[in-house]
Design a protein around this ligand. Structure first.
Ligand code: AP5
Ligand code: MG
Length: 391
């Protein structure tokens, strides 16, 4: 999950930047200010208490804010991530947020503070008052909001600074310029903290089934070179036309072609926890190339899972698959299957050795039902990834 908190004094542009962030990263928006204004509009008892405080420019008690928040977080636990606007704004709220996210097995990715000096803030808010007419945008209330911010909200900075999650940027300049800085921070934090998994195993060992399930469940971006090749063929691209015969006969496609496809696929992906590669790298050359590509993105291979299934069982699975709609052209006869097995056995040892040396290889027993294997994979992967997580 990508969880971002926007921080800053009243008028610093949190709401304005939020709109752009939501569009780019498809996050669930949590603005405690908006939630409170909604309660006021609906005249709930919480809203009635909040109204008096907001109109005076004071913070609403932590207990009330948390009530609104917890429900919303739990109801959206399957979101890509959350964008917090105006929360946490007390030290207590910072601890609460940490606990709530932990319950969802996640944590804050980063807090981004928008720094703007007070005269500019006041000017912005007074101008907004003429457009939106927010009750707390009157001059004497604005001053009270600044005071509350200095006393109760600023201590939050140290909490996140000490955890290495706090980033501050100059919030002056056009909205677009500020947004550029915000997205640069997010992209670099995501890259630094992203984790990439490689799934290897014999043809028929269940890499595709497991990889897709794991990616979906844990917000990884799934990359199957076989799938990418098939796309090219189906869309009759130049690459597609040149590889059709090789693909259908289970013969390896040239490294250059695979690399070009993977490179296109991994650029321009945002907001995932990382990539899960299936069927790539298959050779030592491809291993070096993958490491290079990831390094350029400021990241690396975190873990390699060898899905262990005996050869005979793989044969049985592939032969079964060939009799269904899922059957691949290269499953259609024994010679093709033997060819692919041989190719795998001869090339993969060098890859295995390479990652073993780096202590990145784990073996997972791939026999058993897909559900049983997935449970095992979940446990092993999540445990190992936690250990390798850099921030
Ligand atoms: P909330 O609604 O969160 O208000 P706030 O923190 O005071 O912030 P604002 O919404 O006023 O400013 P903003 O940073 O979003 O700036 P915006 O993008 O609108 O909270 C309201 C009240 O609710 C609080 O006072 C408190 O009582 C209560 N509350 C809320 N959450 C709470 C919590 N967690 N705990 C306790 N109490 C809580 O921009 C401002 C203006 O500037 C706009 O007109 C905009 O168009 C303009 N602008 C934006 N960017 C730029 C730019 N780069 N250049 C020029 N103009 C710009
Ligand atoms: Mg706002």
């Amino acid at each position: 999950m990508l969880n971002i908190a926007l921080f800053g004094p009243p008028g610093s542009g949190k709401g304005t930047q939020s709109k752009l962030l939501l569009e780019k990263y498809e996050l669930e928006y949590i603005s405690t200010g908006d939630m409170l204004r909604d309660q006021i509009l609906r005249q709930t008892s919480l809203g009635i208490t909040a109204r008096d405080l907001i109109e005076k420019g004071q913070l609403v008690p932590d207990e009330l804010v948390v009530q609104l928040l917890e429900e919303h977080l739990t109801a959206n636990s399957d979101a890509n991530g959350f964008l917090f606007d105006g929360f946490p704004r007390t030290l207590v709220q910072s601890y609460i947020l940490e606990g709530l996210l932990l319950k969802l097995n996640t944590s804050l990715t980063c807090m981004i503070s928008l720094d703007v000096h007070q005269e500019e803030l006041t000017r912005r808010l007074l101008e907004r008052a003429t457009i939106q007419g927010r009750a707390d945008d009157a001059e004497h209330v604005i001053l009270e909001r600044f005071k509350e911010y200095a006393v109760k909200t600023l201590p939050v900075v140290e909490f996140y600074e000490s955890r290495g999650m706090y980033f501050s940027i100059d919030g002056r300049g056009t909205t677009e310029k500020v947004f550029e800085k915000v997205e640069n921070i997010i992209d670099s934090v995501v890259k630094e903290s992203s984790q990439n998994v490689v799934l290897i195993g014999r043809p028929g060992s269940g890499k595709g089934t497991q990889g897709e399930m794991f990616a979906k469940k844990h917000n990884f971006h799934y990359i199957s070179t076989g799938g990418l090749l098939l796309n090219e063929i189906e869309e009759k691209t130049e690459i597609g036309k040149s590889i059709k015969t090789l693909y259908e006969n289970g013969i390896s496609v040239a490294d250059e072609t695979i690399i070009k496809m993977v490179e296109t696929e991994i650029s321009g992906i945002h907001g995932n926890r990382g990539f899960i590669f299936k069927g790539f790298p298959r050779t030592l050359v491809q291993t070096y190339i993958l490491e290079g590509m990831l390094r350029r993105l400021n990241t690396s291979v975190s873990l390699v899972v060898y899905l262990d299934v005996p050869m005979l069982e793989c044969f049985k699975r592939l032969s079964r698959r060939s009799q269904t709609d899922e059957g691949r052209p290269y499953d259609k006869n024994t010679d093709l299957i033997i060819g692919r097995m041989e190719e795998f056995e001869t090339k993969i040892n060098a890859v295995v050795k390479y990652f073993k040396k780096q202590n990145k290889l784990v073996r997972v027993n791939g026999t058993g039902t897909p559900k049983e294997v997935a449970a095992q994979l979940d446990e092993i992967l999540l445990r190992s990834l936690k250990k390798t997580r850099r921030i």
